[in-house]
Write a protein that binds this ligand. Structure first.
Ligand SMILES: Cc1ncc(COP(=O)(O)O)c(C=O)c1O
Length: 354
């Protein structure tokens, strides 16, 4: 495996890639339904929920759209301190919803206090928030935020984007009282891109029954009806489900807590490397991501460094959106280990000594 230190799509284990080459089977067959059923059961463990997980051919942005279309008749609070929080806001806006944006400096977390102020006296049907902002390497304190929302505005549904954190950082859907959590396949789950996942509780399901014009493809009522028969309304991504079945076994064999700990160890190692090399970390202490580190790079030729790494089969990522020129990102998610980071840091030392 030539390590990709990018925040998705990440390297996929050979065996998992191979699983996709098995012969097709009809998605409406007992054999496929069995695979689908057990994969969903394993995804519940990864989402830390006893509620359902819908699995659909989509990327994460499709799941942003699904949440908005199913849960919001009118009013939604979109919280954003990075490019993907803004993406979810834009999705809500482009679906014609009455969206209020709660934004903050991208170097600051969205705290319970800020969100409580925004919710005060309002009647939002849902709030949207990103757990791990992949654009800035900042993790928002979701447990604290959920506690505050439940206290201040108990009817507001809490919708969390865990696209770059699920299985790489602790997120307790049921214990923290999150109503809806979404993710996609190509990040910490270390699968090829193409699957979207959304887990939600009964409050969400009941609400979705009251919302009009949900469209067809992402309608939770239709998806749930088919999930109960271990399938999807439209053709399932059969090969990706084969890969999911195997990869969820591998994830659970490692252990969820152990997987979080491995990601945390990689984050710590990357932060130490950055400081030792006189770089500035973009995200503030206490809120740094376990899965991707964003680093400011004045005086360091990131493009030349990455070009050098590519000759060794290694790759990092540039900054995202407005941070493209000033920041670079080291993804440490999926199947990577601290030993892989040693290879990256050794190659970067070689680049700097040239
Ligand atoms: C936090 C976050 N949310 C949403 C998305 C969008 O996901 P996708 O590219 O799977 O549509 C990304 C993609 O990088 C992301 O990092």
């Amino acid at each position: 495996m030539s390590p990709l230190f990018v925040p998705g799509p990440v390297d996929v284990d050979e065996e998992v890639l191979e699983a996709q080459t098995k012969a097709m089977m009809p998605h409406r067959s007992g054999e496929f339904e069995e695979i689908f059923h057990r994969s969903e059961g394993k995804m519940r463990k990864i989402f830390r929920t006893d509620h359902r997980v819908l699995i659909n051919a989509s990327s994460g942005t499709g799941m942003h759209e699904a949440a908005i279309r199913n849960l919001v008749n009118k009013k939604v609070l979109s919280c954003a301190n990075g490019a993907f929080g803004m993406r979810w806001h834009d999705v809500a806006k482009s679906n014609g919803k009455d969206v209020t944006l709660l934004d903050t400096d991208w170097k600051e977390p969205l705290t319970g206090e800020k969100i409580a102020q925004a919710l005060d006296g309002q009647d939002y049907e849902a709030i949207t928030i990103v757990h791990n902002e992949t654009s800035t390497g900042l993790m928002n304190p979701i447990e604290e935020i959920a506690r505050v929302v439940h206290g201040v505005s108990p009817n507001t549904l809490i919708c969390v984007d865990a696209v770059s954190s699920l299985s790489g950082a602790q997120l307790e859907m049921d214990e923290w009282g999150l109503d809806l959590v979404l993710t996609s396949s190509q990040k910490c789950l270390a699968l090829p891109p193409g699957l979207g996942f959304v887990a939600f509780n009964e409050r969400v399901f009941e609400k979705s029954k009251t919302v009009k014009n949900k469209g067809w493809y992402f309608d939770f009522e239709r998806l749930e009806k088919h999930r109960l028969k271990d399938s999807t309304p439209a053709t399932s991504a059969v090969s990706l489900i084969y890969a999911l079945d195997l990869q969820t076994d591998r994830i659970l064999a490692e252990g969820i807590e152990q997987r979080w700990a491995r990601h945390s160890a990689m984050a710590e190692k990357t932060q130490i490397w950055a400081k030792e090399n006189d770089f500035t970390l973009f995200a503030p202490e206490g809120y740094r991501s376990q899965t991707v580190t964003a680093i400011e790079h004045q005086g360091f030729d990131f493009k030349a460094a990455n070009a050098f790494l590519i000759t060794k089969g290694i790759r990092m990522a540039s900054g995202y959106g407005p941070l493209k020129e000033n920041v670079f990102r080291i993804g440490h998610m999926g199947e990577l280990t601290p030993a892989d980071l040693d290879k990256l840091f050794a190659a970067l030392a070689e680049f700097r000594s040239n």
